[in-house]
Write a protein that binds this ligand. Structure first.
Ligand code: TYM
Length: 342
């Protein structure tokens, strides 16, 4: 059966890229699939987090999920650290994945920077935990932004190697055709890689020191309008056709954001705004962004005032996640050759 899994790190500053590349897609997938959405707090601590700040950020991502329209009763919303099977399977995957594979991950190279010796072991092993997140539910589809593509390829490599390394044992335990599915990335929509508003060649990111580089999911209408007004652009008017966006990363980014927020295609957006003043387009984009994000920000604020309710959602989701993960983890133990009491 098809099952959707995805995760978001609670590291503060949830932004428009997280919304368009991931959360908005999560909402969409609920219509057709059983979905599991996870606040990946164990991934967050691969870089030191202030404990109080971490708690707040976990609740904020949860609030964003709920405010955007994820239904925690029909689907599952929880935080990773409450389901021990993630870390348990990650250990097995640490022993399946190769040092060489992990060394090639661009996110590790970027985050570790020049001083790799000083990076945490967790930051290096990060993609093996991510593979475990997905495969501990034997999930088949993973909605993510473009920047997670390489990690998804690694998850498929780990699943393939596990299936091969333990092929005989897997068959002897009655699983036909491999134990883990090869999870498919779903990189969909008009804005799978939202760029910084200050530099069209850099990704919009939670950790950019300039707040003007991103639209936060909690920004108010004034902040959104002012950031879009100040967004970098080139002096040319918008082109009438998609081909005219080539070599104009800032213009391309703003048009993609408009398309994603309005549910229209890039061609449709250019048909309306091509040839016109950039300022006219920016005003329309600001209005559109406010109309889409303000209700979500308002609902997030309301939810954040009720932390006990959020924690109850996470507790309930964790319990239901565990009932799926536990038997899969038990099978993994049998396949690997561990002894366990029944
Ligand atoms: P994270 O927390 O960095 O980002 C959460 C989601 O937002 C997407 N995203 C973007 N999409 C478009 N434009 C952007 N500028 C942009 N920035 C971020 C990300 O692609 C992601 O989908 N490793 C993951 C979290 C994770 C995970 C998983 C995801 C842990 N386990 C299992 C899927 C399945 C991460 O750091 O995402």
């Amino acid at each position: 059966a098809e099952r959707v899994f995805s995760g978001v790190q609670p590291t503060g500053n949830l932004h428009l890229g997280n919304y368009l590349g991931a959360i908005q897609r999560f909402v969409e997938m609920q219509k057709s699939h059983d979905c599991i959405y996870c606040v990946v707090d164990q991934h967050a601590i691969t870089v030191w987090q202030d404990p109080k700040g971490l708690q707040n950020a976990i609740r904020e991502v949860t609030a964003a999920f709920l405010a955007a329209g994820i239904d925690p009763k029909a689907h599952i919303v929880f935080n990773q650290s409450q389901v021990a099977e993630h870390a348990e399977l990650a250990w097995v995957f640490n022993c399946v994945a190769r040092m060489g594979w992990l060394s090639r991950m661009t996110q590790f190279k970027e985050k570790a920077g020049k001083d790799r010796e000083a990076a945490s072991v967790g930051l290096f092993a990060y993609p093996a935990l991510m593979a475990a997140d997905i495969l501990v539910y034997r999930a088949t589809h993973v909605p993510v932004g473009e920047d997670q593509k390489q990690h998804l390829e690694l998850a498929r490599d780990i699943a393939t190697k596990f299936n091969n390394d333990f092929a005989e044992s897997i068959a002897s335990h009655g699983h036909n055709g491999g134990f883990f599915p090869l999870p498919e990335p779903l990189i969909q929509g008009a804005a799978t890689r939202v760029m910084s508003l200050r530099d069209g060649t850099k990704k919009m990111s939670k950790s950019d020191p300039s707040d003007l580089s991103r639209i936060n999911m909690t920004d108010d209408a004034d902040a959104i309008a002012s950031k879009i007004r100040k967004a970098r652009t080139d002096p040319e008017p918008l082109p009438g056709e998609e081909a005219g966006l080539k070599g104009r990363p800032e213009a391309e980014n703003l048009v993609a954001i408009f398309a994603a927020l309005s549910g229209r295609t890039v061609a449709e957006v250019l048909a309306e705004f091509g040839g016109g003043q950039f300022s006219t387009f920016k005003t329309a984009l600001a209005d559109l962004t406010v109309s889409q994000l303000a209700p979500i920000a308002g609902e997030m604020k309301r939810l954040m005032a009720e932390p006990a309710h959020i924690d109850a959602v996470l507790a309930d989701g964790s319990e239901r996640a565990r009932t799926i993960a536990a038997p899969i983890m038990a099978s993994v133990k049998d396949i690997v050759g561990f002894i366990r009491s029944r």
